[in-house]
Design a binder for this molecule. Structure first.
Ligand SMILES: Nc1ncnc2c1ncn2[C@@H]1O[C@H](COP(=O)(O)OP(=O)(O)OP(=O)(O)O)[C@@H](O)[C@H]1O
Length: 304
């Protein structure tokens, strides 16, 4: 059964359309990255799943249970790191985790949970004294209690230093590997590229793409960039390469290096055309489009 199903979810705040007919499905055992620039609607979508916000149109389900009509039972199997979370200032980290263990009727050892998220040294300090990154680790630890079947995480690595972000990514992989679905939002492309099985790109409330990273690469023109060093290059040869089926763009740098973006299938045709035209192909490299290039292609360069 799908962990998350969204059927045409729209959300309007007055004249602002935060979400526009978002439909998607996330399965158990996958890490799904929800990517979009600031204000794209990522938190609003998670808030709809948690019933912090009600959709204007459409509906959403967690494990087949309606997030609004049946919200409490929909959230039963879910661990959450919400946007704008807060901690209880007077409780220690250990007490926070112990509280969640009791309320979920779970049997996790709070010390182990705190160890896992890297704040065991601060276990008995009040959470009010924690840094932002430590609070974030604490709330993530609380989300992990009870082996939830779905982790819903709003920007889980923002505010963490690079090694902290890497630790969290490895926890998310472990959770996926034990069969949980992991859904997390981010505007940090590298975080998403590093661990996601699939990615959804949200732009102005609309889901403009959902695919694997490789699939996204394919759909923006194969996503393959060829860098070809040739001895000499004339305009007619450049034009001929532009005319090869599957070629999207051709640019020339330093007078002798061609940069060609094209579908995977067109790679060899480009080289064959160059040779047919008598060009001396001296070096030939390919680069895959980075997620950043894909993101810019989908969002029209509005990365923030
Ligand atoms: N409670 C609210 N009242 C009015 N407008 C809202 C409310 N919540 C969100 N919005 C608007 O909806 C849009 C989407 O906001 P949202 O917080 O979902 O974006 P986001 O993708 O999570 O952004 P960020 O990456 O900056 O956190 C924005 O234009 C925002 O101003």
């Amino acid at each position: 059964m799908a962990a998350i199903t969204a059927n045409g979810v729209s959300k309007r705040y007055g004249t602002v359309t935060a979400l526009e007919r978002v439909s998607l499905s996330v399965e158990e055992g996958e890490i799904f990255g929800f990517l979009g620039p600031n204000g794209a609607g990522k938190s609003t979508f998670i808030n709809v799943l948690l019933d912090f916000a009600r959709p204007t149109d459409g509906s959403a389900e967690l494990f087949g249970r309606d997030c609004q009509a049946d919200g409490v039972s929909a959230r039963e199997r879910v661990g959450v790191l919400p946007d704008g979370y807060s901690v209880f200032d007077r409780l220690t980290g250990r007490q926070h985790v112990a509280y969640v263990v009791r309320s979920k009727d779970a049997d996790d050892d709070p010390a182990e949970v705190l160890e896992r998220v890297g704040i065991s040294a601060a276990a008995d300090r009040p959470a009010s004294d924690y840094s932002k990154g430590m609070k974030q680790r604490l709330v993530l630890g609380m989300a992990l209690v009870g082996e939830p079947d779905l982790l819903l995480l709003d920007e889980p690595t923002t505010g963490l230093d690079p090694s902290g972000a890497a630790e969290i990514r490895s926890i998310l992989r472990e959770e996926r590997d034990r069969g949980a679905a992991v859904f997390f939002s981010s505007h940090i492309l590298e975080q998403v590229e590093a661990i996601c099985d699939r990615v959804g790109i949200l732009q102005d409330g609309e889901l403009v793409a959902v695919d694997t990273i490789d699939g996204l690469r394919q759909s923006i023109g194969g996503g393959t960039k060829l860098l070809i060093d040739v001895g000499e290059l004339d305009d007619a040869t450049t034009e001929a390469v532009r005319g090869v089926d599957g070629v999207e763009t051709v640019t020339v740098s330093d007078g002798t290096t061609l940069e060609v973006t094209c579908t995977n299938d067109a790679k060899m045709d480009v080289v064959v055309e160059l040779q047919r035209r008598g060009a001396d192909v001296m070096n030939f490299r390919t680069e895959e489009a980075s997620l950043e290039e894909m993101f810019l292609a989908y969002t029209g360069g509005s990365r923030e």
